[in-house]
Unconditional design. Structure first.
Length: 134
């Protein structure tokens, strides 16, 4: 299950309906009803979902590569990997190192001590760049 306060319009989540899971994009969050409007199937279907039917996507290398980040081998080392997309970068440190993640954009750096999900990365990205990460 996903936390309602972590969701914003434009975030990517996994929807679950009748045992079928699909990725979707958040269109609207209704805090009173605790429901989320999500579009799936290439923006052709829109449905309201309860939080019990929404799941976060873990942030991993495959997810970053799908978002058009690339590994900067010159800046990566044995204790961390650096993923770059334009002026924005995500450094993922090996387990046991603090911080676990470092997000960097121009003159702002955020050190995170816990793993995050794709929608949380999208919210950090938007907060740092004023653009939405898709």
């Amino acid at each position: 299950m996903i936390s309602l306060h972590h969701l914003k319009a434009g975030d990517t989540v996994i929807t679950s309906y009748a045992g079928v899971e699909k990725p979707g994009k958040v269109l609207q969050v209704d805090h009173e009803e605790k429901k989320v409007l999500v579009t799936t199937d290439n923006d052709t279907n829109e449905f309201w979902y309860d939080l019990d039917n929404l799941y976060s996507i873990p942030l991993d290398e495959a997810t970053l590569l799908r978002l058009q980040f690339h590994v900067d081998t010159a800046q990566s080392n044995s204790s961390s990997k650096l993923y770059v997309r334009g002026p924005f970068s995500v450094r993922i440190y090996e387990n046991g190192n603090q911080p676990l993640l470092q997000l960097h954009y121009r003159d702002e750096t955020r050190n995170l001590n816990a793993p995050i999900t794709l929608n949380e990365l999208q919210n950090h990205y938007h907060g740092m760049t004023n653009f939405h990460l898709e």
